[in-house]
Structures are given as C-alpha cells and as structure tokens.
Ligand binder design. Structure first.
Ligand code: NAP
Ligand code: F7E
Length: 351
C-alpha cells in the first residue's frame, strides 16, 4: 500500500485530497497544528476523519516536520499547508515569509535528510503571476507577485526547483489558479458570497459587504484540482504545471450569478466597503492548462456557472437544515461577523 503525507490536511484541498487518495487505496497521513479548539470539520463533513492518521506539526518547527516524515514514512508528500489568505498576508507579512515561504524549505530539508526518494508536491499559485500582462498565463510566463503571500509562494516555487535540480528530488510545482467549493474558507470571496446569500435568503442578514468587484479570477472546482496534484507525482519526470479552467470572471459576475440562483437581485443587497480592498490587488488572472491536458490528461469539467450553483445550493441547504435544528460539522455558525474585525486597511483608512 502506498503512503501519502499531506501537510494542511484540515484545509479545503487537504480534505479533498485525503478523500481522493483514500479512494485510490493509499494510507493517508496528515499534519495538523495544535489549536485551542480542534479544527477537523472538513474531514468530518466528508466522513473520512476516522480513515486518516493525524500527526501534530507546525511549519515553523523543523523538528516536527522531520518527525512527521519519519512517522508516516511516505512515498509522496503533498505540501499544502500555508497561511493561504492573501488579505491576511498584508496584515502579517513577516508570518507569510516564515510560514508560507520558509515552510517549504523546512519540508524539503526534512525530505532530503530523511528520504530523498520521496516525491514532493508544492502548492504553488496563480498569485505568483500577480500583475503580469501575459494572458492567458502559462508555465513559462513571467512572475510579478503583488502581495507578501505571492512573494512567499514564489520563493517556495524556486526552492522546489532548486531541490529538484540540486538534489534530484522528484519535486513538482502545481501552479493552481483559484479553486473553490463548499469547503472553502469563509473569508475567501466566493464562499463569503454563497454563505452571505444563504443568510439573506433566510432573513438572517440583509446585506453583503464586499471590496473590489472588478477583479477577475479563473475559478475552478477544488475536488477536480486535487486530482491534478496526484497526477503530477505519477509522471516519469518531475515538472511544473498550470492548472486552470481558462475562463476569467469578475467578482461582480460571481455575485450577480449567485444572487440569481437564490432568486434575489444582487443590487438590493451588495454594498462595497473600503475595508475589503487590499493595499495592492491582482486585477486579472486567467490560466492556460494546455500542458497539463497534454501531459497529465487533466481537464476541468466544472466551469463557472456550475461552480456558483454548487456553492450557493449547498450553503442554502446547510443554513436551512441548521435552522430546523439539525447539527453537523460546519464552520459558518461560529464565524464572527467581519464588522468585529479591525483590519490594517481599515486602520489606514481612518488615519
Ligand atoms: P486552506 O483551506 O487555508 O488550508 C491551509 C492549511 O494550512 C490548513 O490545514 C491550515 O491549518 C494549514 N496551516 C496554516 N498555517 C500552518 C502552520 N503554521 N503550520 C502547519 N499548518 C498550517 O488552503 P487551501 O485552499 O486548502 O489551499 C491549499 C494550499 O494551496 C495552500 O498552500 C494555498 O496557499 C495553495 N493554493 C490554494 C489555491 C486555492 O485557490 N485554494 C490556489 C493556489 C494555491 P489550520 O486548519 O490549522 O488553519
Ligand atoms: O479574493 C476580491 C479580492 O480572497 C479574490 C487563495 O486561495 O486564490 C486565493 O486568493 C478577489 C481579490 O482569493 C472581497 O480583492 C472583493 O481580488 O477570494 P480571494 P485570492 O486573493 O484570489 C489564490 C490562487 C491563492 O493562491 C490563495 O491562497 O476578490 N474581493 N471583495 C474580495 N476578497 C475577499 N476575500 N473578500 C471580499 O470581501
């Protein structure tokens, strides 16, 4: 039986990848960090919590990563753990470097020291292209990161290539464009919209406050994207791949479509709020995954409209079930209203 170690198994991609690898017959191990309140709702929601083995580790602590590799003795490591919210990387720029950037080096070092035969997947990102003007973006295009998060990821991308070249480690970068699902964190714009709409439809809230509505993203469906991670590690040679749908849509289009599904008019409920604008934003991202299609045989099936439908319908159903008194693992009921959170952007605005 093959074994896989997933860092960040409690996150959106970690949970879907664990489900995918279990179906393939893998023994699945995942790192989690000690929190005052356990955070396993996604694994429970997918009903796989009892099927995975958990190892405590933190990306700032090299020794815990070495232990995780030794304990799991994996054939493949999927390095998904990171501080993944771009907005927060402006609030905590030093942490972005320490966790999202240097965390990759610590993981690669653990592999180099314990067993360099382990295959390594790095969760690189379309954010690395940032303000680039190449459209649609391909593997060979220039990177122009526009946030502490993107700069840290670009560092991780290069470390992955350096360990591939220097130590012959089978290390791949998956340059994934945005991918969403009902397991997406609530601070990301798609889930913020689907969750907000469900609450508006049930009369729990009246409005939805958003930032830059003009930015465009290439949004795919997370359960399909995790398959591409596995495919990269099954090839004869390690390489880097763009994973995307090839379509770009604005936040406004997402909101418009999502409200339409709930039979509401977005103009009655959406307000823009400076608090949700970033000091620097990426205005346009659209990927070209022709290389992945040719070499991996990977192609997205769920495109924009279907994705919006999946997310809105699931959040509407969850809130309706919750209101009827049903209880199940879920993040939304305990999530604080964003009005309670004072951001750096807001502080700058007031100064
Ligand atoms: P996510 O839901 O935010 O999950 C991030 C994971 O990292 C969580 O399990 C989190 O643990 C863990 N983590 C955070 N800080 C850590 C630390 N200091 N030590 C150990 N673990 C830590 O992110 P995602 O959407 O699944 O994304 C997975 C990866 O792909 C990330 O690296 C992200 O940057 C990258 N990526 C995502 C997208 C996308 O559109 N989703 C696109 C391109 C690349 P807790 O649960 O304890 O917080
Ligand atoms: O923002 C705009 C915001 O936070 C998308 C991460 O998974 O994908 C994700 O990063 C856009 C930005 O995702 C709100 O300004 C408007 O232009 O959903 P997001 P992201 O920044 O694209 C990449 C590929 C990753 O690698 C990351 O890990 O939407 N926007 N109004 C808003 N964004 C948020 N969060 N909240 C708003 O109210």
């Amino acid at each position: 039986m093959k074994r896989a170690l997933i860092t960040g198994i409690t996150g959106q991609d970690g949970a879907y990848l664990a489900e995918f690898l279990l179906k393939k017959g893998y023994g699945v191990y995942g790192t989690y960090r000690r929190l005052s309140t356990p955070n396993f709702w996604r694994l429970q929601y997918l009903d796989i919590f009892d099927k995975v083995s958990l190892i405590p580790a933190d990306l700032v602590d090299s020794s815990s990563l070495v232990e995780a590799v030794k304990t799991s003795d994996p054939d493949e490591v999927y390095h998904l753990a990171a501080q993944s919210f771009v907005g927060a990387s402006f609030e905590q720029p030093v942490g972005a470097g320490m966790v999202t950037g240097l965390g990759v080096t610590r993981m690669l070092e653990a592999i180099r020291q314990v067993n360099p035969e382990i295959r390594f997947y790095q969760a690189a990102t379309s954010e690395q292209f940032g303000g680039s003007s190449d459209m649609p973006m391909r593997e060979e295009d220039a990177f122009k990161p526009a946030s502490p998060y993107a700069a840290a990821k670009l560092y991780g991308y290069w470390l992955t290539r350096i360990y591939r070249g220097g130590y012959k480690i089978f290390a791949c970068n998956g340059i994934l464009f945005n991918h969403e699902s009902p397991l997406r964190g609530l601070e990301f714009v798609t889930r913020k919209i689907s969750n907000g709409i469900a609450k508006i439809a049930l009369g729990i809230e009246k409005e939805l406050r958003l930032g830059n509505l003009e930015a465009k993203r290439d949004w795919g469906y997370a359960p399909e994207y995790v398959e591409s991670m596995w495919l990269m590690l099954q090839q004869r040679e390690p390489d880097d791949y763009v994973i995307a749908t090839g379509e770009a849509h604005s936040i406004k289009e997402f909101a418009e479509k999502a409200f339409e599904i709930a039979e509401l008019d977005w103009r009655d409920h959406v307000k823009t709020d400076k608090k949700f604008f970033r000091p620097l934003d990426v205005n346009y991202l659209q990927g070209d995954s022709a290389k992945a299609e040719k070499k991996l045989g990977w192609k997205p099936k769920v495109k924009f409209e279907k994705l919006v439908e999946i997310m809105v319908n699931e959040d509407m159903q969850r809130w309706a079930r919750w209101q009827k008194g049903e209880r199940f693992p879920w993040d939304a009921p305990n999530y604080p209203s964003e009005d309670k959170i004072l951001s750096r952007t807001l502080t700058l605005e007031r100064a």
